[in-house]
Ligand binder design. Structure first.
Ligand code: PHE
Length: 437
């Protein structure tokens, strides 16, 4: 459940629709699904095996599984760097979500009615302003730290077990509302009828990046979680279950967002603000108190989903710092959170006041987004999969996947082929294509 909590988050409801809209809809969805099951899930199993076999955080895990080739531990370090950048951006978007929750409760969103232009303007004004997003991201970051320090298991696991299903139910309600808006069918066909002429090489890479971001793989988080998985769990079934629920929630949010996008006359390629510009329209179309109640519950649940994901990132980072600096958990968590708040504030301010802060023609926000999806995770995943398939003893892998010979693992030959050949090849091809084109 904790791993589902890590996987299901803003990646599904905030990121998936806007990336899918940016790269052409249906064709992107199809490629994304292939990557999620063909590569993402396989990577997840590999990370679980590495974590459970070693019972360590990434750097040590790599070192302990290949004692004579300690250089592999730098793949673990790359994962940590990736987590660091992802968390900074994650805090910014989580801050938006929290702020929207307050706007829903106070009725501010409702006052905008079904005026898509006003709702869009509000988002732009808010996200480019200096203080409010920074205040909310700081509150959210501190909240994450408090949960981590109070003990992850009792609090958050219990809470997310109940609330995740509620989030799904709410998402289904939203889908129904969105589908009954006038002109909704155009959104559905945008999402489900693939037009491959719209898919660029960068789109394919973005699909891979999105699959990895959404499944929380390619940065060692699942190695950390794998190290907590009981010896008796079937890693194949666990990974299958997580991947299926994660993909389902992404598709559901696509069904909730795109019909509404077209119905409100908005652009599917609306960028990172897409969900925040679209959802208030859908809520407000429910009318009066119903809309207010639904939007408040929805943004609250989305904040909680974001919390369970950021917890997994912060947990990985602070567990690593505890292991390397031998500090106390309290100290390491505070150090990381302070550094993250600083970086996240820069990311946030680069949407407005500091928009001149550019890297290679991108705003700092877009640059970090690129790092987080297109560059760092595929690179780290490539190292992980090479290590897993070519360096780690095969007997250990088989032993973990069959739970010491108890399970049959009929899928093993296919799995082995994918990790040895297909996954590394796909990662290299997709990565090079994006750099060279
Ligand atoms: N998978 C999370 C989401 O979809 C984001 C995440 C990425 C969490 C990497 C942990 C590690 O929102």
């Amino acid at each position: 459940m904790a791993a589902v909590g890590s996987a299901v988050g803003l990646g599904n409801i905030w990121r998936f629709p806007y990336i899918c809209g940016k790269y052409g809809g249906g064709a992107f969805l199809l490629v994304y699904l292939c990557f999620a099951f063909g590569i993402g899930m396989v990577l997840m199993m590999s990370e679980f095996v590495i974590g459970r076999r070693s019972r360590h955080t990434p750097m040590r895990a790599f070192a302990s599984l290949s004692p004579r080739r300690k250089g592999w531990r730098y793949i673990g370090l790359l994962g940590i760097v990736t987590c660091f950048f992802i968390l900074s951006q994650y805090f910014v978007i989580s801050g938006w979500t929290l702020s929207y929750f307050f706007d829903a409760v106070t009725g501010r969103l409702a006052t905008m009615g079904q005026d898509a232009a006003a709702i869009g303007c509000y988002f732009t004004e808010f996200s480019t302003s200096a203080s409010r997003p920074v205040v909310f991201l700081t509150v959210f970051a501190l909240l994450t730290a408090v949960v981590i320090l109070c003990g992850v298991q009792k609090g958050i696991e219990a809470v997310s077990k109940v609330l995740m299903p509620v989030l799904v139910v709410l998402l289904v309600v939203l889908c129904i509302r969105s589908l009954t808006l006038p002109g909704a069918s155009r959104g559905l066909s945008y999402l489900f009828s693939p037009d491959f002429s719209k898919l660029s090489a960068e789109g394919v890479l973005a699909a891979l990046g999105q699959a990895m971001f959404s499944l929380s793989v390619g940065m060692g988080v699942m190695i950390v979680y794998g190290s907590y998985i009981p010896a008796s769990d079937d890693l194949f079934r666990t990974s299958m279950w997580i991947t299926a629920s994660d993909v389902l929630i992404a598709v559901l949010s696509g069904v909730a967002i795109f019909p509404a996008v077209f119905s409100c006359g908005l652009e599917p390629a609306g960028g990172p603000g897409l969900s925040y510009c679209v959802l208030p329209n859908v809520f407000n179309s429910m009318g009066g108190v119903t809309g207010v109640v639904f939007s408040a519950i929805f943004f609250l649940l989305l904040s909680i989903a974001a919390l369970t994901s950021s917890i997994s990132l912060l947990e990985a980072l602070s567990a690593w710092l505890v292991e390397t600096l031998r500090t106390r958990r309290f100290v390491s968590t505070l150090i990381i959170v302070a550094a993250e708040i600083a970086l996240a504030s820069i990311v946030s301010l680069s949407n407005g006041m500091w928009s001149h802060l550019q890297v290679g023609g991108d705003t700092f926000f877009d640059f970090v987004d690129r790092l987080n999806s297109i560059y760092l995770p595929p690179l780290c995943a490539f190292g992980t999969v090479l290590f897993f398939a070519w360096v780690m003893p095969e007997a250990d892998v088989r032993d973990e996947l069959t739970n010491h010979g108890v399970l049959r693992a009929v899928y093993y030959p296919v799995f082995r082929f994918i990790v040895r050949w297909l996954a590394p090849l796909a990662l290299v091809v997709v990565f090079l294509t994006s750099i060279l084109t």
